[in-house]
Design a protein around this ligand. Structure first.
Ligand SMILES: Cc1ncc(COP(=O)(O)O)c(C=O)c1O
Length: 398
């Protein structure tokens, strides 16, 4: 996969460009009126307008789809096919994916721990359009089964694993097994893992979405997202129509940055994970630290599941200090190497406060149900020298 990530964006390009170029253009010319008509009607392949499609965004989307399907086969033993659309953000990828597949009167079952924006979209925005969502512990297959048995309005199950910010993990294979018995769609947010650490299509999920803003871009240089689906016919019709009409497209420059970031995905993820494993062990052993949420620690809920379905546990963790909220604020202010910023998956270690930042759109009760206390600190462990990171944490914990 490391090789595919590096060479996957290379294509036959005019002028023999080594890197895939930035096609910075809103429109594409037609040799004749007839050609324009043919392209719009789909009789002839070719670009027309960059909201509908652009060579650079298309190349980046294909690269990520190729990584998500890397080495996987369909039911007939052929290489698994998937279609993908690159979007303006992770949020727009999620919106396109869901809005293309649900209608008023349908309902969604989602895992209890989710990125705050996903939770708000499901809990506050979709009900205005007649779609209800319930949040359940998907690691309880009996409960899940009884919901699917009783409630015919459920159209799809949405998962996030590992989840932001507690790193709770869901057994993708077990959830998909139950969902498929009831003919439900399964969608998953694979942002924290990336295809290098986890390939959900292996277990038969229908859609994967990413905030490419994070580990896929890897450098914090662009906001972006992608939706990838294995029902290529539906992707190229309903999902594509939803994407075009909502205007969720990405842009060529951000797509170019994304492709450069992906070239180092495997190397970065290995280093991210090594650093995170050491940071988690350091925090877990520190007397000032109360609880550490990291699925690479044997005591964490997601440890066994991660070992089953992930190459390594990832590089995001969260923790609480024994002295609560005020102590957390002092700790964050004392950091000198780690950067005080939201987002995650960048070369730099980022530290944030979920209750007031990434999950501020949820009520205090909703946060409590998702295990997000007021004192919780989230850390996206970067690529710095581990000694510098541990020294920084040590001085800030004093
Ligand atoms: C797990 C997860 N999914 C989705 C998103 C939304 O992505 P974006 O900010 O690119 O819209 C985020 C953002 O933090 C996230 O952490």
């Amino acid at each position: 996969m490391a090789t595919a990530a590096i060479h996957g964006s290379e294509q036959e390009i005019a002028e023999h460009a080594h890197l895939f170029p930035v096609f910075a253009t809103s429109s594409f010319t037609f040799d004749s009126a007839q050609q324009g008509m043919n392209r719009f009607s789909g009789r002839e392949k070719g670009f027309t307008y960059s909201r509908f499609g652009n060579p650079t965004t298309k190349a980046a989307a294909k690269l990520i789809a190729d990584l998500e399907t890397f080495g996987l086969q369909d039911g007939s033993g052929n290489p698994l096919q998937a279609a993908a659309l690159l979007t303006a953000s992770g949020q727009s990828a999620m919106a396109v994916m869901l809005m293309a597949n649900i209608s008023a009167g349908d309902s969604i079952v989602a895992s209890a721990s989710l990125y705050g924006g996903t939770h708000e979209f499901l809990a506050d925005l979709l009900p205005r359009f007649g779609v209800q969502c319930r949040f359940v512990d998907m690691n309880d297959p009996d409960k899940l089964e009884s919901i699917l048995k009783e409630d015919a309005s459920v159209k799809l199950l949405h998962l996030e694993t590992p989840a932001n910010p507690g790193m709770e993990c869901l057994d993708i294979e077990a959830v998909t097994f139950v969902a498929k018995r009831y003919n439900k769609l399964v969608t998953i947010d694979n942002t924290f893992a990336t295809p290098y650490l986890q390939q959900p299509f292996r277990y038969g999920v229908d859609y994967i979405f990413h905030s490419t803003t994070k580990f896929l871009n890897g450098h914090g240089s662009a906001i972006g997202g992608i939706v990838i689906g294995t029902n290529t016919e539906w992707m190229n019709s309903r999902v594509y129509q939803t994407y075009k009409l909502l205007g969720c497209n990405s842009n060529p420059f951000d797509a170019f940055l994304l492709m450069q970031g992906i070239k180092t995905l495997a190397t970065r993820m290995d280093r991210h994970c090594s650093n995170a494993e050491q940071v988690a062990s350091f925090l877990a052993a520190h007397p000032a630290v109360g609880k550490v949420n990291y699925n690479g620690l044997p005591a964490h809920q997601g440890y066994k599941i991660s070992q089953k379905q992930m190459r390594r546990p990832g590089a995001v963790l969260s923790f609480e200090l024994k002295d609560g909220f005020d102590r957390s604020v002092t700790f964050i202010n004392k950091l000198q190497v780690c950067v005080r910023a939201v987002s995650l998956g960048t070369t730099d270690t980022l530290v944030s406060h979920p209750a007031s930042m990434s999950h501020a759109g949820m009520s205090k009760e909703q946060r409590a149900a998702a295990g997000i206390s007021d004192g919780l600190i989230r850390m996206s462990v970067g690529l710095e020298d581990i000694t510098d990171l541990l020294n920084d944490l040590e001085q800030a914990l004093l």
